[in-house]
Write a protein that binds this ligand. Structure first.
Ligand code: ZN
Length: 436
């Protein structure tokens, strides 16, 4: 078995791995980088004038023969596997040949379809195959077993790949302090000890701090809601389902309703068949919807009005919100500031920043910070990472006892050597093969 990390040996984001055995080739993740080579935030708009082959030549897309739409002459890659619905793991999937089967979780498929509507990231693969945890699939000479893992993306998977007695486990992104902690134990019980290679994420290696659990996040939110009679606004990723559940539970415990925009309502409703999630419905009469014009205009523009009209009976108006501020937790984003302006008496409200702190300094949040300042809002951060602590990484390695550890999705692969004794840590180079 030959493994090539095309991107991710020394960076967080843009993950892409190719695995070959005999005539079979598969690709694990085809992510968009988070940072450009100059260290600034990666922006695809800078490359809009380039053709597909030019994107490969410029190193924006990994160089993989028979993988992209414009490369029909080479022998096709046999499968693409997407670990989860974060752009740094699937953001370049739109360039992939449509005759390549894409394996992914059902929740991942739903989240990617919604992102396509809201962010114009049109990706509609022709050949999809939905995976289930612990249920193997065969691709050519390889057997691939997905395992559900705990991560800030819903429905995230690790992949065990077996071919002719060789075994590789790719963890994808994972943690064990979210709401699916049981999943890591289950995976560790199922994966054979002594795998030939463990391709493991190391996002948190450089931080080495014990992250809070989602339960602690829920408690902190609850304490904050209880301690104020003001409106509580939470800035959160609409796809961080564990966090949305923590916020809902904290709101419920403090006898507040959860008020969400149509996008988050769509996300929760589309996943509700897979998990018992709060969403606007008769079963959750404490979940309401507000209608910011930035979102309704967008949906009208793409002919998807039904995506917000269906929530009409759960509507909260700015007037209603103005009069019920002590009873509300409202999820916000920078594009809803026009709407927030219409809520009377919002001054002094609480704002909870519930995502990675680095995003707050991005230019798209400048207006939000100005709004917070103008209205004298009280900004606090309540957040925990989507990635495994160093303790968890060590535990996974000690349990699996792999023949070698290959770090990925980390800025500091060399730090694995400091935390692992007696284990071969193979620090890779992007595009260079490992022979297992
Ligand atoms: Zn992720």
């Amino acid at each position: 078995m030959i493994v090539t990390i095309h991107r991710g040996t020394h960076e967080i984001g843009g993950s892409c791995i190719e695995v070959r055995h005999a005539d079979t080739r598969i690709v694990l993740d085809i992510g968009m980088p988070l940072l450009a080579v100059n260290g600034e935030r990666f922006d695809m708009r800078q490359y809009q004038s380039l053709s597909g082959p030019e994107l490969v030549a410029a190193g924006v897309l990994p160089n993989i023969a028979g993988f992209y739409k414009w490369d029909q002459d080479s022998k096709s890659v046999d499968a693409l596997l997407i670990s989860h619905a974060h752009l740094d793991h699937y953001g370049f999937a739109q360039y992939v040949r449509e005759d390549i089967t894409c394996y992914l979780g059902e929740g991942t498929r739903e989240l990617m379809a919604l992102s396509a509507i809201y962010s114009n990231q049109g990706w509609h693969p022709n050949k999809l195959s939905v995976i289930r945890s612990a249920t193997p699939v065969t691709v050519g000479s390889m057997q691939i077993t997905p395992f559900l893992v705990d991560h800030s993306a819903f429905d995230a998977y690790a992949f065990l790949i077996e071919a002719e007695g060789k075994t590789l486990l790719y963890t994808g992104d994972f943690r064990d302090h979210g709401r699916k902690t049981y999943s890591i134990g289950r995976m560790l019980k199922s994966v054979p000890q002594g795998v030939d290679a463990l391709l493991i994420e190391g996002t948190m290696l450089e931080r080495n701090e014990q992250p809070k659990t989602e339960r602690q996040i829920e408690d902190e939110l609850y304490q904050l809601c209880r301690a104020t009679s003001q409106l509580v606004l939470v800035a959160v990723s609409g796809q961080n389902i564990d966090r949305l559940v923590s916020i809902y539970r904290a709101a419920k415990r403090s006898k507040r309703m959860l008020v969400i925009d149509p996008y988050i309502a769509n996300v929760l409703e589309s996943l509700a068949a897979k998990a018992k999630l709060p969403h606007p419905s008769p079963s959750f009469d404490d979940v309401k919807v507000y209608f910011p014009s930035s979102i309704t205009r967008k949906l009208k523009r793409v002919g998807k009005e039904e995506q917000f009209i269906k929530y009409g009976k759960y509507k909260m108006t700015p007037q209603q919100l103005s009069g019920r501020q002590s009873e509300v937790v409202m999820l916000i984003r920078p594009s809803v500031l026009d709407y927030l302006q219409k809520i009377n008496g919002i001054d002094g409200a609480k704002v909870v920043w519930s995502q990675w702190g680095g995003y707050l300094t991005e230019s798209y949040n400048k207006k939000l910070l100005e709004f917070i300042h103008e209205h004298n809002l009280d900004l606090v951060t309540i957040h925990t990472s989507g990635h495994a602590s160093v303790e968890t990484l060590k535990n996974v390695v000690k349990t699996l006892m792999p023949k070698r550890v290959i770090p990925i999705h980390t800025n500091t692969p060399e730090l694995f050597r400091d935390v692992l004794d007696d284990i071969d840590v193979s620090e890779g180079v992007d595009g260079v093969d490992f022979l297992l």
